[in-house]
Design a protein around this ligand. Structure first.
Ligand code: SAM
Length: 248
């Protein structure tokens, strides 16, 4: 069975990129079943209103609960299974590779990307008692809307599904992959030619010595993590480091 993904948004056209490249191919191969819905289809006024002024005052608008609940109820329907509801928000728990792996095991994800200042908080409260609801943030910055966050999450999750990547092994060597790469980012990569504009490929990569190459790659991952993500390296802990790691 394909993984089912439903997305409710006031900008369904934002999701056209999901027809491109790996994710587009996964849809055509029947690995991913992505359905995009227009939130305004569940409004009942001529202006198809989805927002209103915030209680307590202040700038900006807040998304009204009624269209969201009608839309979510319609999508969930009386299906026997229930989706995991994912609500993108900068105030959510951080979306990481670990969360991507967790989502890749779900049969059904339902995304509720907001605009304006977000969705009336009672929507999450209401569905929290009926579905598993995750508020997730994709980084410490503020986007204009949740659509781009959904594209990020669907791409990170989609490439983990069986049959999507040509070489499934590449996932295990990626930055943040559980196991040896947990809390590490990948080091530099090279391809032909061996010398380009006077820059040489590190000779060890041409040595054919697989043990030495693996060691070099790990050393480079440790160096790069120390340089760009020291807080990740600190989290790695001594128990995850072998004796050689500590010398790098
Ligand atoms: N007032 C909100 C705050 O300060 O937390 C920001 C609202 S933002 C302008 C509008 C919508 O964009 C959010 O409700 C969410 O759906 C989405 N969004 C913005 N930044 C995001 C992030 N870092 N991760 C996930 N979603 C985000």
């Amino acid at each position: 069975l394909p993984m089912r993904v439903d997305i409710i948004s006031i900008f369904p056209e934002y999701f056209a990129p999901l027809d491109v490249s790996l994710i587009g191919k996964a849809r055509r191969k029947g690995i991913l079943d992505i359905r995009v819905h227009q939130l305004r289809d569940w409004t009942h006024d001529v202006h198809r209103t989805v927002d209103d002024t915030p209680y307590g005052g202040g700038p900006g608008m807040v998304m009204k609960p009624e269209p969201w609940s009608e839309a979510i109820d319609a999508v969930v329907g009386d299906a026997e299974a229930v989706p995991r509801l994912v609500v993108p928000t900068p105030s959510g728990r951080p979306f990481t590779q670990e969360v991507a792996l967790e989502y890749a095991k779900e049969p059904w994800l339902l995304f509720a990307p907001a605009r304006y200042e977000g969705i009336d908080a009672r929507v999450v409260a209401e569905y929290g008692s009926r579905l598993r609801v995750d508020e997730v943030g994709i980084g410490d910055y503020v986007l204009a809307g949740g659509e781009a966050a959904v594209l990020v999450i669907v791409e990170a999750v989609g490439r983990l599904l069986p049959g999507v990547l040509g070489n499934a092994g590449s996932v295990a060597d990626d930055s943040f992959a559980p196991g040896a790469m947990a809390s590490l980012v990948e080091g530099p990569v090279y391809t032909k030619p061996p010398v380009w504009r006077g820059h040489e490929v590190p000779p060890i990569l041409l040595s054919g010595n697989h043990g030495a190459i693996a060691r070099w790659r790990r050393d480079e991952a440790l160096r790069r993590t120390a340089a760009t993500r020291p807080e990740l390296l600190a989290r790695l802990g001594r128990q995850n480091l072998d004796k050689r790691d500590l010398e790098v």
